[in-house]
Design a protein around this ligand. Structure first.
Ligand code: PBG
Length: 326
């Protein structure tokens, strides 16, 4: 047998060669760590389906964020659980609402931290939908105004970037206009441009107490069967002024991440969602997989597919692992 001239194994013979030719690398600076904020003081609650991820009262946030910064994770995204909910999600844009208070606290204590906010109504509505309900349907256009007010209230509290996750049509333009009219031209919008109606959000809905009380989100979130529609959604958001495009969930939608990377020149973010995290944690707990390696492999796959930025509950754990490898 005559071997060909080129033998790929030459460059795999030891760790030094392997790291020399690595095409894809993970770095903590490109992770965004989600923080769940709850009312009260000195409250730290574990989320049963998301081991290791806490829900924290505002006074405990800075310590958690400081840990992130020490690990090189410079960005967090905030989700709030308000004291009270109502039909139109007024808590989402209250001046002293849970998120507005959390932003002020974090930016006061840790000015170097990049504070991103999720802009959506589902945590603030008593019916759990992402918009307001008129005639038993989520009313797109009535919701836009509330979303813009919410995003503006986050910017006024000091948020560095807003991330609308509601999937109402036209919300990026509405938010951009509201920000610009109030001198927040420099606050970017990271749009959840492509968000699928996914069962992988299960644990999050428990964590953020935002499961819809009737129906589902398929009327506004995308059908997992569609990929061309993802390009249409993303094109609209780009035209409306989005600065970063996000795909969510991540692992089951790597093809979508790759397509967006090819088609657009904006930074692409991917959200490795609660269900993805929970599956890895649960299987690892049972000893069925090596949790650390599966974590690293799945994050690497998301990056390899083309994500510049990864929102992940593993941010701290992965950063620690990367640091250990130094
Ligand atoms: C709010 C929102 C959701 C998630 C992020 N923002 C829930 C949903 O759309 O049902 C899910 C994140 C996760 O599962 O980790 N609309």
């Amino acid at each position: 047998m005559v071997f060909p001239e080129y033998r790929p194994r030459r460059l795999r013979q030891n760790q030094t060669f392997r790291s020399l030719i690595r095409e894809t690398r993970l770095n903590p600076e490109s992770f965004i760590y989600p923080l769940f904020v709850i009312p009260g003081k000195k409250r730290r609650e574990e989320i049963p389906s998301m081991p290791g991820i806490p829900r924290l009262s505002v006074d405990l946030l800075a310590a958690e964020a400081k840990e992130c910064l020490a690990l090189g994770v410079n960005s967090v995204i905030l989700f709030g659980l308000p004291e009270k909910k109502d039909g139109v999600g007024s808590g989402a844009h209250a001046k002293n609402g849970i998120i507005q208070t959390a932003i002020r606290e974090l930016k006061n204590r840790l000015p170097e931290l990049l504070v991103i906010t999720d802009v959506c109504l589902c945590e603030y509505t008593d019916h759990g939908h992402c918009g307001c309900i008129i005639d038993e349907r989520v009313d797109n256009d009535a919701t836009l105004e509330i979303l813009a007010k919410t995003a503006l209230s986050h910017a006024q509290a000091g948020a560095d970037m807003v991330a609308p996750s509601d999937m109402m049509d036209g919300r990026v333009a509405e938010i951009r206009t509201a920000l610009d009219e109030n001198s927040f031209e420099s606050v970017p919008i990271m749009s959840y441009a492509v968000k699928y109606a996914s069962a992988f959000y299960g644990p999050f809905r428990e964590a953020a107490d935002c499961a819809p009380s009737f129906g589902d989100r398929a009327g506004y979130q995308m059908d997992p069967a569609n990929s061309r529609e993802a390009l249409r959604e993303a094109t609209l958001d780009v035209d409306e002024g989005a600065d970063i495009l996000m795909v969510k969930p991540a692992l089951a939608y790597l093809d979508i991440i790759a397509r967006l990377r090819d088609e657009f020149d904006l930074p692409v973010a991917a959200y490795q969602v609660s269900g993805e995290y929970a599956m890895i944690k649960a299987a690892a707990e049972r000893g069925w997989i090596d949790g650390e390696r599966v974590m690293a492999e799945s994050l690497l796959a998301i990056r390899r597919a083309g994500a510049d930025i990864i929102v992940t509950y593993f941010a701290k754990e992965m950063a620690r692992l990367l640091r250990g490898r130094g």
